[in-house]
Design a protein around this ligand. Structure first.
Ligand SMILES: Cc1ncc(COP(=O)(O)O)c(C=O)c1O
Length: 365
């Protein structure tokens, strides 16, 4: 019987946030809410929706569904290049930034090579590294943030890349400009720094690290961003990476020819233009953050102040048990450690539902 290599069998699969339909089917309940995957609770931009719905019903346009999509993603790359003042050949599109993590690892890591990353951080980094027979080197967070000095010290002659989620998932913390610049000075030039900025658009802190500066200085850096979070297009799967053209062209060799579909490209193009939607999303998020901070404090629950659209809560008791109890009240969160869970900031009524459920579970024996 065929067997995968041992390094594949050893992988613990990624468990995605539970979908509402699944919970309702399982428990026979209705009106559940999902605050587990850091999606935009307002939904996608109306401009994006209008554009793609128009296209779907028009048989004469180039991105009609019977045609393959534009493999180069010309229009969305052009829009990103204008917005970010970079060249189109410095951009790679992915089926979500998730796919780009995988492509990066497959492009630059060989069997036995090491990749340094934080723990806890985005779970896909160690999975992708393990899938190529590489070794994830996990460095504990310090005060819930990436410990960039310790990560630099974890670099060995086998290290090929270093992952930094900024803001970090699940803690919502950021690394600041000074410490990031210090890291870049310390690291050998030939180590690829992958800065995952999935929540970049939510950050308001003026000291947020400037990864683009290092890209412009020609360093081996790859910046990952996505249309899944603030742009509200998680279901369409589209994200992008920014790096020097020589790095991007190597990565493009491993990219499947039609990895981002025509509807996703079109929606992303319009979502990018819809600054009102982005602004509104930020406002709703800030309002929800203030409300949740206040309620969590009044429930004596410790949390880590966030720079993103989710909050890391320090429960002080078993998080899986607590998670399952919250499910019974129709609220889906994300256990993110033995005694910690992460909750996405939702619409005002969703945040309220979450707090009510939290109160009920806390008062249970
Ligand atoms: C830090 C981080 N990076 C990447 C992703 C993947 O996003 P995408 O939907 O673009 O694949 C997520 C999604 O949760 C994330 O939290």
């Amino acid at each position: 019987m065929i067997k995968p290599p041992n390094y594949i069998s050893a992988i613990k699969p990624y468990v995605p946030g539970k979908p509402v339909e699944e919970l309702e089917r399982e428990l026979g309940i209705k009106n559940s809410i999902k605050l587990a995957s850091n999606e935009n609770p307002l939904g996608p931009s109306r401009l994006a929706l209008k554009a793609i719905l128009g296209d779907l019903t028009n048989p004469n346009i180039t991105n009609s569904l019977n045609r393959y999509p534009d493999s180069s993603g010309y229009y969305i790359k052009k829009a990103l290049s204008d917005k970010l003042s970079i060249r189109e050949n410095e951009i790679i599109l992915g089926n979500g930034s998730n796919e780009l993590i995988d492509i990066t690892v497959r492009t630059f890591l060989q069997f036995g090579d090491e990749a340094v990353m934080a723990h806890p951080s985005f779970i896909v980094y160690p999975l992708s590294v393990q899938a190529t027979g590489g070794k994830p080197v996990q460095v504990p967070l310090k005060e819930y943030k990436h410990d960039l000095d310790a990560m630099a010290n974890a670099v060995t002659s086998r290290t090929r890349m270093l992952f930094i989620a900024n803001p970090n998932n699940p803690t919502g913390t950021i690394n600041k400009r000074d410490e990031f610049d210090r890291l870049m000075k310390k690291l050998p030039e030939e180590i690829l720094v992958v800065v995952d900025e999935a929540y970049f658009e939510y950050v308001t802190n003026h000291e947020y690290a400037d990864s683009m500066k290092h890209f412009r200085n020609g360093r081996d850096i790859l910046i990952l961003r996505t249309f899944s979070k603030i742009y509200g297009l998680a279901g369409l799967r589209i994200g992008y990476g920014i790096a020097r053209q020589d790095l991007i062209s190597e990565m493009n060799k491993l990219r499947a020819p039609f990895n981002t579909n025509s509807i996703a490209q079109q929606a992303a193009l319009w979502a990018l233009k819809d600054s009102d939607h982005i602004e509104h999303t930020r406002e709703i998020n800030e309002e929800g953050k203030r409300y949740l901070y206040k309620e969590l404090a009044s429930l004596n629950l410790k949390y880590i102040p966030t720079e993103a659209n989710f909050i890391y809560i320090l429960l002080g008791q078993d998080s899986d048990t607590f998670y399952n109890k919250l499910l019974r009240y129709g609220v889906i969160v994300r256990p993110s450690g033995p005694q910690e869970f992460r909750v996405t900031i939702g619409l005002p009524e969703e945040n309220k539902r979450f707090i009510e459920a939290l109160k009920k579970v806390k008062s249970e024996k």
